[in-house]
Design a protein around this ligand. Structure first.
Ligand code: NAG
Ligand code: NAG
Ligand code: NAG
Length: 651
């Protein structure tokens, strides 16, 4: 045990404000009794006037608390003796992951420990497994108390950035969700890949006597305190009067105590769960699911149309195909016609009347909401006309399944040309054209279409290639057709951000710049031929693609990044350097440093050099938090990037 002495201010019920001393214990290692590990003890400096009465009252309340914890199978108890001269109000709380016997054991420990405050009129002890406090007046609704602390375990020298990012996401989500959960407690875990630490564990808890708002403000303080630990320490606690937060790289609760907090991340708490989707998310090969975000603010320019009018007759609707015809076109959805499959349904090649080849997507979305919104969303998508965006040719909403009819791309996806059977076969000009076309397609979706459409899932498998190897972006977002309960972090984030912008992956903060980021990652892949998600072998000095790109760029050796299969005679070094710089600009954080997609188009078309060279800023979780506090902490967008675990093979 190491101990730290410090002073803080104590606001007693008496009018004086007395300074007093408390001791913080920080465990050096996991003990055999981890739940009774003492974190903090503090005693008021004012003593009771009548020790015998005080002692009798204290004993009576403690006995009552112990009885409640033992017999009522509860984790939380209060008790008071307040009808005589030495009033005592007591509150005890165990972490909800404990068994009743463990809870009572922890309470006994806390009881023994708090006795060292002798006749002090107020005291509290915080252990890993429980919390005990008494005062001379009622404090049950108190949220924060000066002296609240973040307690960090031992510093670790090993690289912790991935772990830190995962933990920060968990803690941020806990601070949002816990106040909305009945009982004010949640335990969660998330996988951490690419490090020795394979899982992150975290909990948050508030005193049951708080209001949801009180719980929220307490956890905000606790979260701010505990974050001082997350950068290079594998365990930490945030301790305050009304709440407790903890994370660790080691398990401190049973896995079966975790809950899915995703439904609580959105205002309004637990929402109805979307049907079906969860189980099939990991599947491969989806043709369409452009994720649309109809941003609720209107643009000043006249191309912006209020969302309501989308329901009206201002837009031409898609062509309605008959179910029977599409069934025939795809030979009754025969396996040999299948182009791919994924979370939102299978895609089939079909030949419709007139002889045109199309791709038919069978939407595996059964929810009522999906059907309700289908027509509106499909109408929005079907009016997107751009040479770098896949066309929606029609749909079928009358049959037993929702079907989308899409442009068919015989060359398949960029994925195939970067990593699949056609690996290494794209020359520089083709790669450049793909980069340019993607930029134009995204600029159109963001800024030129009458509603802003954020794709949210830009990656090589969603970039289809036409006969001339011009790119067409697939995957229109049917955001409203998607289930709303997919977490943006715990199930898919897995420690590497991949194509997903950090502020979106961690906080669900959505803007067009989310696409700018993914675009930058794909550009790096096109230039290097390496996947951004490839897990580096750190023992031989490998790094994630983005990290390597920054390091090479900062050392002015970015040409070393270029794909070996490219013939150096095909490209100008200046062009490649510029494109790498544009890609890095696109991946900068905070989002304000990223260019808009139309700025990217301008940079690409301009022969001059990039004016403001990109600068690396390490993922600054502080920035992200501030942004989320200002805007989105209470309204997590539909962050169904989960659906992004898909592959598109328009074979
Ligand atoms: C209260 O309990 C403590 C510890 O259990 C004991 O030492 C003390 O004598 C008790 N005081 C009274 C007045 O019962
Ligand atoms: C992983 O563990 C090994 C030995 O246990 C250690 O040498 C290595 O530095 C660790 N790597 C990281 C990233 O912590
Ligand atoms: C949870 O896991 C623990 C140990 O892993 C086990 O003893 C306990 O029975 C489990 N509880 C439930 C409800 O499955």
């Amino acid at each position: 045990m190491s101990s730290v002495m410090t002073t803080w201010w104590y606001y007693g019920w008496r009018t004086v404000v007395a300074a007093f001393v408390f001791t913080v214990f920080i465990p050096n290692s996991v003990t055999s009794q981890p739940q009774t590990n003492l974190l903090l003890r503090s005693c008021a400096t004012i003593n009771a006037t009548s020790l015998p009465i005080f002692s009798r009252n204290l004993n009576a309340t403690f006995r009552d608390i112990r009885r409640q914890l033992l017999n009522n199978n509860t984790y939380f108890a209060t008790s008071e003796q307040s009808n005589n001269t030495e009033n005592v109000f007591v509150l005890a709380q165990c972490r909800n992951y404990m068994l009743t016997s463990e809870c009572v054991d922890c309470f006994d420990f806390a009881d023994a420990s708090i006795r060292s405050c002798a006749a002090a009129i107020g005291a509290r002890v915080v252990l890993d497994g429980c919390f005990l406090r008494y005062e001379a007046n009622s404090f049950y609704t108190q949220t924060t108390l000066p002296g609240n602390v973040g307690l960090c375990g031992n510093r670790t020298s090993s690289r912790q950035d991935v772990f830190a990012t995962v933990v920060d996401g968990l803690l941020s989500n806990l601070s949002i969700a816990t106040p909305r959960i009945n009982g004010f407690f949640a335990a969660v875990t998330a996988p951490v890949v690419g490090t020795n630490t394979s899982t992150a564990y975290a909990i948050a808890q508030c005193a049951i006597t708080l209001t949801p708002d009180g719980c929220k403000s307490c956890l905000q303080v606790a979260y701010a305190n505990i974050r001082s630990c997350t950068t290079d320490v594998t365990d930490g606690r945030g301790v305050d009067s009304g709440c407790f937060m903890r994370y660790s790289a080691s398990p401190f609760f049973d896995n079966n105590k975790t809950i899915d907090i995703t439904p609580f991340l959105r205002e309004g708490g637990s929402s109805k769960k979307g049907a079906v989707i969860g189980g099939v998310l990991g599947g491969v090969g989806v043709l369409i699911m452009f994720l649309i975000a109809l941003l609720l603010w209107y643009r000043r320019s006249k191309r912006t149309t209020p969302i309501d009018s989308l329901n009206g007759a201002t837009l031409q609707g898609p062509k309605e195909y008959s179910y029977t015809d599409l069934k025939k076109a795809t030979k009754d959805f025969k396996d040999e016609n299948k182009l791919g499959e994924g979370g939102f349904g299978d895609v089939y090649k079909g030949i419709v009347k007139g002889g045109n080849t199309v791709a038919v997507k069978k939407l595996a979305i059964g929810s009522i909401t999906a059907r309700d919104n289908f027509d509106t969303e499909v109408r929005v998508i079907s009016n997107v006309h751009h040479r770098n965006l896949i066309r929606l040719l029609g749909c079928c909403s009358k049959g037993p399944e929702l079907l989308l009819v899409l442009e068919y791309m015989p060359n398949g996806s960029l994925e195939k040309y970067l990593y699949g059977e056609k690996l290494g076969s794209l020359n520089w000009k083709q790669r450049y054209d793909i980069i340019f076309g993607m930029a134009r397609g995204l600029a159109y979706l963001h800024e030129q279409y009458h509603v802003t459409i954020i794709h949210r899932d830009i990656k090589p498998s969603n970039i289809l290639l036409d006969n001339d190897f011009q790119p067409k972006i697939a995957d229109f977002g049917l955001a409203r057709l998607l289930p709303e309960d997919q977490t943006h972090i715990s199930t898919r984030f897995g420690g590497t951000l991949g194509y997903t912008a950090p502020e979106y992956a961690i906080h669900g903060q959505l803007s067009e710049k989310v696409d700018t980021y993914s675009f930058g990652m794909v550009v790096l892949e096109i230039v290097t031929g390496k996947r951004c998600t490839d897990v580096p072998n750190e023992s031989v000095g490998e790094e994630y693609l983005l990290e390597r790109a920054w390091n090479h760029y900062e050392s002015s050796i970015h040409l070393k990044l270029v794909d070996d299969s490219l013939d150096p005679a095909e490209y100008r070094e200046e062009d490649i350097k510029k494109i790498i710089e544009i890609a890095l600009m696109c991946t900068q954080s905070p989002v304000s440093m990223r260019p808009t997609m139309s700025e990217v188009v301008m940079l690409l078309s301009d022969r001059s050099r990039v004016q403001n060279p990109p600068t690396r800023k390490n993922l600054d979780i502080g920035d992200l938090k501030i942004q989320v506090d200002n805007s989105t902490s209470d309204k997590m967008p539909m962050s169904n990037a989960d659906a992004t675990i898909t592959e598109l093979e328009g074979r």
